[in-house]
Design a protein around this ligand. Structure first.
Ligand code: PEP
Ligand code: MN
Length: 273
């Protein structure tokens, strides 16, 4: 038995965990698609994309209000104002929302608005943040660190579970390798590995994994074929004008195509989409 992550490990649980985010179940028969812009830019932008995504069949709306930007001069997000627009989009569409927390000092505020807390790749080993998230009653989307081994990822989840919060979703989002053609390298093998090691649901973010919108569809399909429980996809009404990650963002039309293309793959692996 792996003592190092005993709460996260599969062998200590009879059933896989199904994480509930309002009325959406992650880790059940149905595939879950979380979609939305990288960052909340304006109220109009979020309300418009939320309505479009809802009509297309997305399950959860994503949008960052506190952004981990590589440059301190890049747009950092609208903070609480952005959270308010996300909450308004939820009221408008009924879709639950997910947004990132970067700092323990913002956790309480973010919990007032969000349904699902995202801990991003850069914070996967922010142990203080993991501990605090473990004390909340909100489900947590835990992204794999950009240079984290699968064991380190499991141990990061363990910090949250050890605090009493077992509502954790694992998200593979690509790791840093020698390859520079893509932003990261999607580790497809992490999906069956995490599924074998843990009872937690596993989703995949092909947007950050590749950095290129053209590669999102093939990798999303590969992820579902490999057993992922869902996807996290960046979508923007006008990617060319996006304040963050436009190159990897799908237009609504491309997102509709993605959902269409996913259907037969989901069916082939016995999942509902
Ligand atoms: C994001 O999803 O907005 C994000 C910043 O992703 P990652 O932490 O995977 O880089
Ligand atoms: Mn992004």
């Amino acid at each position: 038995m792996r003592q190092s992550y005993r709460l996260t490990a599969k062998q200590n649980k009879q059933h896989n965990t199904v994480v509930r985010v309002r009325d959406v179940n992650i880790g059940g028969d149905e595939l879950v698609v979380m979609a939305g812009p990288c960052v909340v830019e304006t109220r109009e932008q979020v309300l418009e994309i939320a309505q479009i995504l809802k009509n297309m069949g997305a399950n959860i709306l994503r949008g960052g209000a506190f952004k981990p930007r590589t440059s301190p001069y890049a747009f950092q997000g609208l903070a609480e104002e952005g959270l308010k627009y996300m909450a308004e989009a939820r009221e408008l569409t009924g879709m639950p929302i997910v947004t990132e927390v970067m700092d323990t000092r913002d956790l309480e505020l973010i919990c007032e608005y969000t349904d699902l807390i995202q801990i991003g790749s850069r914070n996967m080993q922010n142990f203080a943040l993991l501990r605090e998230a473990g004390l909340t009653n909100k489900p947590v989307l835990l992204k794999r660190g950009l240079s984290a081994t699968i064991e380190e990822w499991m141990l990061a989840a363990e910090y949250i579970l050890a605090g009493g919060n077992d509502q954790v979703i694992l998200c593979e989002r690509g790791i840093r390798t020698f390859e520079t053609h893509t932003r990261n390298t999607l580790d497809i093998s992490a999906i069956p590995a995490a599924k074998e090691l843990s009872h937690l649901p596993v989703i995949v973010d092909p947007s950050h994994a590749t950095g290129k919108w053209e590669m999102v569809n093939p990798l999303a399909k590969a992820a579902i074929a490999a057993g992922a429980d869902g996807l996290l996809i960046e979508v923007h009404v006008n990617p060319e004008e996006a304040l963050c990650d436009g190159a990897q963002s799908l237009t609504p039309k491309n997102f509709a195509n993605l959902l269409e293309e996913l259907r037969p793959v989901a069916q082939a692996v016995g999942r509902l989409s």
